[in-house]
Design a protein around this ligand. Structure first.
Ligand code: ZN
Length: 285
């Protein structure tokens, strides 16, 4: 993908036999997701998937935080041809073009990554905010440092939540509603308690713990792992997850369209102050 090579926001490492580690390498913006970063990440996932020496893929992040979410300053234009959807409406004015962009670059890429036919493990430290969850939740297993927090405060901007809307599966329906309604960050311990996170470890042990788990998984036959993954993902689909995702992205874009009509912007411009005010009066549990 020559047109998404510069600047480089993704790094590939090979920490152990059978294990590829793909690293978000844009710490100066807390790994904010520009379209370029997302498509470089997709290319790295595709390369590791096609590489027969790789059995398990780890997703990691440089710097103090896993991801601060979407890079709103980077705009909403693809850096390359679409890979997850057929071109229809990209670049169109109003809600039409933005809906096409989000179906491709946000929901479309996340669905591709959820269904990578190899086990995937994310390791998260520091903050993961809104769009950051879009990189974590499609992974099969999540390991969190004990300083990690997870939040989706975007009801403040007049939309439902991050575009990959698996909240009810990740958190359970009641906790999902509380977190969406308040914007409050979940701690790593809370995330483990509700089943969103598999293990919580000391920050200094995050890399080693994750690599050891990946190595243990890589000792098993590739096809057995693939069949196990597909069986679990199909169970989620049988519960209606893929249909729920398609419904939520449409409602999400109804929110964007409402904001466009009211404010001339896809986000309610008062949202940032709502989030700041909530942080000042935060109720900790
Ligand atoms: Zn959106």
């Amino acid at each position: 993908m020559d047109d998404v090579q510069d600047p480089i926001y993704i790094r590939r490492e090979d920490p152990a036999p059978g294990v590829a580690r793909i690293v978000l390498a844009r710490p100066e913006t807390r790994n904010a997701q520009s379209p370029t970063l997302l498509y470089q990440l997709d290319a790295a996932f595709a390369d590791a998937t096609a590489d027969n020496s790789v059995k398990v893929i780890v997703l990691a992040a440089d710097g103090p935080d896993f991801s601060s979410g979407h890079d709103l300053k980077a705009g909403f234009t693809l850096p390359c041809a679409p890979v997850a959807t057929l071109q229809a409406g990209l670049g169109a004015e109003g809600a039409e073009g933005h809906y096409a962009f989000e179906c491709e670059a946000f929901l479309g890429l996340c669905k591709r990554w959820r269904d990578i036919p190899k086990p995937t493990i994310a390791q998260a430290q520091g903050r993961t905010i809104a769009g950051g969850l879009m990189l974590l939740w499609p992974m099969d297993i999540i390991i969190a440092a004990d300083d990690a927090t997870f939040s989706d405060p975007v009801t403040a901007f007049g939309v439902n939540g991050v575009e990959y809307f698996t909240h009810a599966w990740e958190l359970g329906a009641r906790k999902a509603k509380e977190i969406l309604y308040t914007g409050r960050a979940l701690t790593a311990a809370e995330a483990r308690e509700v089943g969103m996170v598999n293990h919580v470890v000391e920050p200094a042990a995050l890399q080693e713990f994750t690599t050891q788990l990946a190595t243990a998984i890589a000792a098993r036959p590739q096809f057995g792992l693939r069949l196990a993954k597909e069986s679990v993902n199909r169970s989620l689909d049988a519960q209606g997850q893929s249909t729920a995702l398609d419904s939520a992205i449409a409602l999400h874009n109804l929110g964007h369209a409402n904001n466009l009509a009211r404010y001339g912007s896809i986000l309610d411009p008062a949202g940032a102050e709502v989030i700041r005010a909530a942080a000042r009066t935060a109720v900790r549990t």
